[in-house]
Design a protein. Structure first.
Length: 275
């Protein structure tokens, strides 16, 4: 376990829960009749369920800002800042933010709200469902330093959802060059979409190539497969399983949170005994 993970989280192989915000102002699915108050109250209920269920961290994202932008409009991060500002006194665990799919906006939001980490697509050029998707990690890294956000940890998703690398590069090469050239604090490995299982072979390849950089499984973790995933990964980011009936669009089901955390704790105990 890396030093920063030990410092940031109370348990090894931390379980970071996604807090998926309802559609925000400017989003195509935003409910302007219920307004922002309804978005805040839903987020509050889900935050409470996740924390009471025992997750180790929470990652707040605009998951329902469909279809996503690769450079977001200011209203998105501004709306997220308002929500986090209303909830921050209730957050008892390390929290991060993710303004999909905009690394610079994510870092700005983290700096403004006191978030400790962000997850984003910081590297690569992709053919995606959102069009040609380019990044500029050098510019983003310099922006992070310029605004005094070097303490904000960066989770690099190197297998982005709904997209494919334009260059013909294998996962081992991508992982090694990402770690060497772009200075990630953690690597995330994903399936095709939110809730889609992450291939254990891909996870194994990334872990072997990442050196001392922590590797997180980013999608598709369930109570029945978490032991297999945590046997490889240094932690997990989980959203869909925590929802009612395991359906992405639903709200958090407290019983499913408790179920998964119990399975994760059993796995962590077993791994510590065998270490």
């Amino acid at each position: 376990m890396s030093d920063w993970l030990k410092d940031a989280f109370a348990k090894p192989k931390p379980i970071i829960a996604m807090l998926h915000l309802a559609p925000l102002p400017g989003d195509t699915l935003y409910d302007d009749r219920s307004g922002m108050r309804a978005v805040v109250e839903r987020a509050r209920r889900e935050l409470d369920a996740l924390q009471e269920g025992g997750v180790d961290g929470v990652l707040i994202s605009n998951e329902f800002s469909l279809p996503y932008l690769t450079k977001t409009e200011p209203i998105t991060a501004i709306s997220m800042a308002r929500i986090i500002g209303e909830l921050v006194d209730e957050i008892r665990i390390p929290y991060g933010v993710n303004v999909l799919w905009d690394g610079r906006a994510s870092i700005d939001l983290a700096m403004a709200t006191g978030a400790q980490y962000v997850r984003e697509i910081f590297t690569g050029v992709y053919a995606s469902d959102f069009g040609l998707w380019d990044t500029n990690v050098g510019e983003v890294a310099r922006h992070r330093h310029r605004i005094g956000a070097d303490h904000v940890k960066l989770f690099f998703n190197i297998v982005p959802e709904s997209a494919r690398y334009l260059a013909d590069r294998d996962l081992e090469s991508v992982t090694r060059s990402t770690v060497f050239a772009t200075l990630p604090d953690a690597i995330c490995v994903s399936g095709l979409t939110a809730g889609a299982a992450t291939d254990t072979q891909a996870l194994t390849i990334a872990k072997a190539a990442a050196g001392d950089v922590p590797v997180f499984v980013n999608t598709g973790v369930r109570a029945e497969n978490i032991a297999d995933q945590l046997a490889i990964a240094d932690g997990a980011i989980i959203g869909t399983f925590f929802k009612k009936d395991g359906v992405f669009e639903n709200t958090v089901d407290p019983r499913r949170v408790v179920e998964l955390i119990a399975a994760a704790d059993d796995c962590r105990v077993a791994l510590s005994v065998s270490a």
